[in-house]
Design a protein. Structure first.
Length: 285
């Protein structure tokens, strides 16, 4: 970025922090508050992408929870580039953590409870994340107890008519998406996020996702994933506890119909209670 481009909205860019296919994330400073922010800048968006990006900003602005990255601002520059500012987080994402060490049963329960409680807040606003995975869970300071849900690029509201995803087109990450999401159904509800959380917890305990991804057509992923056999957690030294926690973490119902995560429940009023009960069970192990 040139010196002439050092300001984006009210934010002073300090350095590039990362980039991807759709744009770049910068470390920047808020001129109003002096606080550091992560500034997501998206270039050359098609109309649908512009709408999706604005939706991400509105979704983040609508939720407040310590387990969800905090919204700061969003808008469009004079050059027509969309930007989204969020709180700056130091640490690593769960994907990076799991590349060199797994989580214990206790750490997995702590992470799962925190994310589940954040999802209750998100779902209460009529929003579904649709891309819950290790790469979108950030451990602030490297602490599992301070995990934040990030990247709301695929978030969906409860207004199905406004959804940009065409029926039959799957969006998300195959290893962690629910069957109905993989089928490209438009009426994906909060249970899909719970299924994904169960898959993430499986990965934390076993070192692998519960389904094998095949290198074939993305839209057929629901027919191509294969469940692993019995969970082997003997190497963790906490085998019996892990089995009680997650086996079977994911199971098929009526020949590849809705797969249910043992941790999840369709009744959101019991969601937090279930995690507290699971934690108590773990303490008794």
């Amino acid at each position: 970025m040139s010196a002439a481009r050092a300001m984006i909205g009210r934010f002073t860019v300090e350095r590039e922090a990362g980039s991807g296919g759709m744009g770049t994330i910068f470390r920047a400073r808020d001129a109003e508050t002096g606080a550091l922010v992560a500034l997501k800048l998206i270039r050359e968006l098609r109309r649908e992408e512009q709408i999706r990006f604005q939706r991400e900003g509105r979704a983040l602005a609508a939720v407040r929870h310590p387990g969800i990255v905090r919204y700061v601002d969003h808008g469009v520059t004079a050059d027509g580039e969309a930007y989204l500012a969020m709180e700056w987080l130091d640490g690593e994402d769960l994907r990076a953590r799991l590349t060199h060490v797994g989580l214990t049963v206790g750490e997995t329960v702590t992470l799962g409870r925190r994310v589940a409680e954040a999802l209750v807040t998100l779902h209460a606003e009529g929003l579904v994340h649709r891309d819950l995975k290790p790469g979108n869970l950030f451990l602030v300071g490297g602490e599992v107890s301070d995990v934040r849900i990030i990247d709301f690029g695929l978030v969906r509201g409860n207004d199905v008519t406004a959804d940009l995803t065409r029926s039959g087109i799957a969006v998300g990450t195959p290893a962690y998406m629910s069957p109905e999401q993989a089928r490209g159904l438009r009426d994906v509800d909060p249970r899909s996020d719970l299924f994904s959380l169960g898959c993430v917890m499986f990965k934390c305990l076993t070192g692998r996702a519960p389904f094998v991804e095949h290198r074939q057509a993305f839209e057929n992923v629901v027919d191509l994933v294969e469940p692993h056999g019995e969970i082997d957690v003997s190497s963790t030294g906490e085998g019996s506890g892990a089995r009680k926690l997650c086996q079977p973490g994911v199971r098929e119902h009526n020949s590849r119909q809705r797969k249910l995560c043992r941790f999840g429940t369709a009744d959101q009023t019991h969601h937090k209670h279930c995690w507290q009960q699971r934690s108590q069970e773990q303490q008794a192990i």
